[in-house]
Ligand binder design. Structure first.
Ligand code: AMP
Length: 382
């Protein structure tokens, strides 16, 4: 079936014109930045999010406080908007199905979401299109973990299939010769309990040289726009910095672009999507994660490109021509985590620096409170 015969995804001739309303499921910082990007295009945003103090509520035209499974709220929400998108991938797939059943147009569509929501489906999808990932094994119980460790080897990482983010829901399993000893058995029980004894996936630990990601967009006409590849640094599973350009060869960059294009086409995707990769020493790429949404590693595009990932997403789902993704400045994006955001006064004095704060009230440990984008930062290196 081509995208043209699908009932509830945007068709190439359906355009949300200026003054139209974009519905966003989720009201976090990504929703906030989408709503901010909508304003210059003359588009309005309505958000649906259960938390009444969410970051997007400050800037969206309307905030419906409701759960994602409240059918009557979803029906009312669907009536108040021209198209619906989501800003985080843990929106239940059933919510999208309910909205589709109500006749609402939703983008990206449920398939991309269900692939990305489940680490096993994500890896199987990559394998089905010939894209490499870390070796993996589905783990539904201790026996499967034991078998998986034999196949995948150690060190390894056990991750819950669903609802993990920022390094949550995962545990590292140290190198071991796999002899069946009491300590090794205990280590496996410990790992299984650490992920809450939930359906999981065991991944071989990849001694990568660097981590990169790419942000791409596709509209219903099939036009594709790709941003430059960024290099990411994580700590405890949380993204700390994204640097563009990434220190990779043209071949590696081209293969990341090829894989992204392949995935956008394969999923008949409409909107912005991010793909994270591990880069091996020989330059080969393994896909780590697919995010069917705007992404933290694309925040630099707000200040270093004419059209940001947020505007691009709106253009793609609203049936507008895609914008120019070209980068006009080098950039380093730094997340402000927890109390780091309390230094906003000093940060706001730095030159070449764009400060973004998300309006969250409590600077809790590990919470993304804002980010900085430092432009042309190579010029400042001494
Ligand atoms: P994830 O939530 O799966 O993206 O994992 C968060 C971070 O943990 C990644 O960005 C990597 O830095 C690290 N990580 C995850 N999976 C692996 C792996 N299989 N091998 C090595 N490092 C990993």
């Amino acid at each position: 079936m081509s995208s043209l015969d699908k009932p509830n995804t945007p068709q190439s001739d359906q355009v949300v014109e200026p003054n139209g309303v974009i519905g966003i499921l989720g009201g976090g910082q990504l929703g906030r930045m989408l709503a901010i990007a909508a304003a210059p295009l003359g588009l309005k945003t309505h958000i649906l999010e259960p938390d009444d103090h969410c970051p997007a509520a400050d800037v969206a035209a309307k905030h419906m406080i409701a759960s994602y499974t409240d059918e009557s709220a979803l029906a009312e929400f669907a009536k108040s908007v021209d198209i619906i998108t989501f800003e985080f991938e843990n929106v239940p797939a059933d919510t999208l199905n309910m909205l589709a059943a109500l006749g609402a147009r939703v983008a990206p569509e449920a398939r991309a979401l269900s692939v990305a929501q489940d680490r096993l489906h994500e890896k199987d999808f990559c394998a089905s299109i010939g894209v490499r990932t870390a070796p993996y094994h589905a783990v539904d119980n201790l026996a499967a973990l034991h078998q998986g460790l034999k196949e995948v080897g150690t060190p390894a990482i056990l991750k819950t299939r669903r609802l993990g983010y920022d390094g949550k829901g995962q545990t590292h399993i140290a190198a071991h010769n796999n002899d069946l000893t009491e300590t090794w058995e205990k280590a496996q029980i410990h790992a299984w309990e650490a992920v809450g004894a939930r359906p999981s996936i065991l991944e071989g630990f990849i001694p990568f040289e660097r981590e990169i990601s790419i942000i791409g967009a596709r509209n219903a006409k099939g036009d594709i726009a790709l941003y430059d590849i960024v290099e990411n640094a994580h700590s405890n599973g949380i993204l700390i910095t994204s640097c563009v350009p990434a220190a990779i060869s043209k071949e590696t960059s081209d293969s990341a672009k090829f894989i992204m294009t392949r995935m956008l086409m394969e999923l008949d995707y409409i909107g912005v999507m991010a793909v994270e990769f591990f880069v091996l020493r020989n330059g080969e790429l393994l896909v780590n994660e697919i995010a069917p949404r705007v992404h933290n590693s694309g925040h630099w595009t707000i200040n270093a490109c004419a059209v940001s990932q947020f505007e691009q997403h709106l253009r793609a789902i609203a049936g507008w021509p895609l914008g120019d993704p070209e980068r006009h400045s080098d950039a380093v994006m730094k997340n402000l985590i927890g109390p780091e955001a309390l230094t906003w006064r000093d940060l706001s004095r730095q030159s070449n620096t764009c400060l973004h704060l998300y309006g969250k009230r409590e600077a809790r440990e590990g919470r993304k409170m804002g980010h900085l984008t430092i432009l042309n930062s190579h010029r400042n290196e001494s």
